[in-house]
Design a protein around this ligand. Structure first.
Ligand SMILES: NC(=O)c1ccc[n+]([C@@H]2O[C@H](COP(=O)([O-])OP(=O)(O)OC[C@H]3O[C@@H](n4cnc5c(N)ncnc54)[C@H](O)[C@@H]3O)[C@@H](O)[C@H]2O)c1
Length: 372
């Protein structure tokens, strides 16, 4: 029997190619795994009306960890229009499978390391080494949304909040409401994950990202909860910054930051910003981590314009596989894999188009594998 059981969910578009590339590398490493392939994404939506079918949910209950490629998603109306004729008009509503997966399996940590590997020609600056902890299940991604807004809700909000007055007389379909919901427990546990990581990895500082001066209720609670957790980690410096200001400061002085922790939406924003500083989507890797399951993925999407061309950079997915190895306790393999990536980037002989080269997805995977 294999040592690890791994869910394998390539999804759509380039997700399929980058997962195949990561598999070449994992196989060359001698990673002892049984891979269980699962369906997810656009074709599941079109043919079955569910982008994350129950059989894939069940599969994830039976594995130690999973790799996920990328999926295509579209706004609600465009998604409905692409359903097969038998499923049209049945009231099916598209919801992102990865957001659902994070909530269903309580994958509350979104961990996004952003390291500028030496010699990568598209590094913003050499030496950047940031780690983003994004809360992954709450906030504006809670899925509590109204469009049109029910009268009952409008009446209640009008009754409870003076600030709602300018909206109260609007026709129901002339505005929409998305609820930002943050809990003390959710805020504390993501903060604790960030501080524990900082301590375990010799990191010096954690920056709490928020907008508590304006979004006082939810971000105020997030900041207060994170600050209270910080008191348990007196060996780690702590500071906080507004989401708008930090986008500017991160670009100006990236070396002033180390570990960053943020609610869901701000974490989404800063992790893309940080990923761009270390080479962009071809390098952005991510772990969705809960108490019982972790799912690793590149942060990019299905990039339809490059699908099937064997052209995109697989390093984000290969680095996501490295994160999976770390999480599974295969630290030795994780170190070897990262060293192989470092060597390929530093040599500069094999580069995909985003790095200014002309090598294919598989050539990059083979180059990394050849170093193992
Ligand atoms: N987690 C996910 O699965 C995820 C994330 C983002 C977007 N999406 C979905 O993906 C689809 C396409 O979205 P998009 O075009 O806005 O974003 P995308 O990330 O798929 O691609 C945007 C552009 O980034 C570049 N790029 C992406 N991955 C790359 C790689 N590995 N190597 C080199 N260059 C790369 C390409 O130029 C590409 O056209 C949409 O349906 C979107 O909803 C899914």
């Amino acid at each position: 029997m294999a040592k690890h059981k791994i869910g394998w969910l390539p999804g759509d578009g380039i997700g399929i190619e980058v997962c195949a590339a990561a598999r070449v590398v994992l196989d060359r490493l001698g990673f002892d795994a049984q891979y269980v392939e699962g369906d997810i994404g656009w074709e599941c939506w079109r043919q079955e009306g569910d982008a994350f079918p129950q059989r894939t949910v069940d599969l994830l209950k039976r594995v130690d960890a999973a790799m996920f490629g990328a999926i295509t998603s579209k706004p609600v109306k465009a998604a409905e229009a692409e359903l097969i004729p038998e499923l049209q008009g049945k009231g099916l509503v598209y919801r992102s499978p990865i957001v659902r997966m994070r909530q269903l399996f309580d994958l509350y940590v979104c961990l996004r390391p952003c390291k500028a590997y030496p010699g990568n020609p598209i590094n913003f600056k050499e030496g950047i080494d940031l780690v983003v902890f994004r809360e992954n299940t709450e906030d504006l991604y809670a899925g509590v949304e109204f469009n049109p807004v029910p009268q009952e809700l409008a009446d209640t909000l009008g009754h409870l909040s003076k600030s709602f007055a300018p909206f109260q007389k609007l026709p129901a379909d002339e505005y929409a409401i998305s609820c930002k919901i943050n809990t003390r427990r959710g805020s504390e546990r993501i903060a604790r994950a960030a501080f524990e990581f900082a301590r375990a990895h010799g990191r010096k500082k954690v920056t709490i990202v928020h907008k508590a001066n304006v979004v006082r209720a939810t971000d105020g609670l997030f900041l207060e909860a994170a600050r209270s957790v910080a008191k348990e980690f007196l060996d780690i410096q702590v500071n906080d910054a507004n989401i708008d200001a930090i986008c500017m400061w991160l670009l100006k002085n990236p070396f002033d930051y180390d570990v960053l922790v943020a609610p869901n939406l701000y974490g989404d924003i800063i992790s893309d910003l940080c990923a761009q500083m270390v080479g962009g989507l071809g390098f952005g890797c991510s772990g969705n981590i809960g108490a019982h399951l972790a799912v690793f993925e590149p942060t990019h999407g299905s990039a339809p314009k490059y699908a099937g061309q064997n052209k995109v950079n697989p390093l984000a997915t290969i680095l996501a596989a490295k994160m999976m190895l770390d999480w599974l306790g295969e630290s030795d393999m994780a170190v070897r894999l990262e060293e192989a990536v470092v060597a390929v980037i530093a040599e500069g002989n094999v580069r995909t188009y985003d790095m200014g080269g002309a090598n294919t997805t598989m050539e990059m995977a083979e180059a990394v594998a050849s170093k193992l």
